[in-house]
Design a protein around this ligand. Structure first.
Ligand SMILES: [Zn+2]
Length: 277
């Protein structure tokens, strides 16, 4: 930071809140100073010059004054990546919003965290590039668990240390059990072994690597419910944006399952549509 108090920093826009008629309070996750709240005057005026660099999910290099306590301010920006492919798509937008909310919940104000910053950025780049948003979200979720104090052992059996799969998950032992030790916990999760396998893998790969992974729908579902289990049971946080995704998922299945279930159903659906036209 120079003598006037201006600093150059990289940031990702986490949330935008309207303030009075024309102004806004924008939460930006900065690489250098952690999460900060910025006061943006005249943001809600249609010709606001700063708006293009302060849209949701935007990654940019900003110039502004950072205050230790209270609000910070932005003077200008140099480069901005607005991820327009995410802005325009309701489905990608929903996942990106959830990731922003999850990052927001995981990090403290004013404490830099380059791991979360780089991961969030790389998730947005991959979602923007059209890779599987659901899998990318799962990668972000499993990586965030430790910031909520949740460290499930997914590598080796908690009883004998064996790495021989299939595993099941035991809440009692806070980790996986190998087949020889399933009997140690009758209340084990009975989760599909693939859910454990991929959750472990998601801790090690980068978001753009999902382009090389093809998952069966039932395995995707198992991974979802395995990760949800940790968030419901241990993190104990249900974000609105996550509930929205869950709803979206239910609608999707409500519309696709009858079509898949039999040929007759499919014909019925087509006939109905033709009549309507
Ligand atoms: Zn074992």
């Amino acid at each position: 930071m120079n003598k006037k108090g201006y600093a150059e920093f990289s940031g990702i826009v986490l949330s935008i809140r309207k303030h009075k008629e024309k102004d806004a309070l924008i939460k930006i996750f900065t690489l250098e100073f952690g999460k900060k709240m910025f006061f943006i005057r005249n943001y809600n005026k249609s010709n606001s010059p700063m708006k293009s660099a302060l849209l949701p999910f935007t990654y940019a290099s900003y110039i502004g004054s950072i205050n230790e306590n209270g609000l910070s301010f932005i003077q200008d920006y140099k480069e901005a990546e607005t991820f327009s492919a995410i802005q325009k798509d309701i489905y990608r937008n929903a996942y990106a919003t959830y990731l922003a909310n999850l990052a927001d919940a995981a990090i403290e104000d004013s404490i830099p965290n380059s791991h979360i910053f780089q991961l969030l950025l790389s998730c947005y780049q991959s979602i923007s590039n059209g890779f599987d948003a659901e899998m990318i979200t799962n990668i972000f979720e499993v990586n965030m668990l430790k910031y909520f104090g949740v460290y499930p052992e997914l590598e080796a059996c908690r009883i004998c240390g064996s790495k021989q799969e299939p595993f099941d998950y035991s809440a009692k032992y806070s980790g996986v059990l190998c087949q020889n030790h399933f009997s140690e916990d009758p209340n084990r999760l009975h989760i599909a072994p693939a859910a454990i396998y991929f959750s472990r893998m998601f801790l090690k790969i980068s978001p753009d690597q999902v382009s090389s992974i093809k998952l069966k729908p039932e395995n995707k579902e198992a991974i979802r419910s395995f990760i949800d289990f940790f968030y419901d049971e241990y993190v104990g946080m249900k974000l609105k944006s996550k509930s929205y995704i869950d709803q979206m998922y239910q609608w999707e299945n409500a519309f696709t399952i009858p079509v898949r279930s039999s040929k007759n159903t499919k014909e019925d659906v087509i006939e109905e549509n033709e009549e309507e036209v």
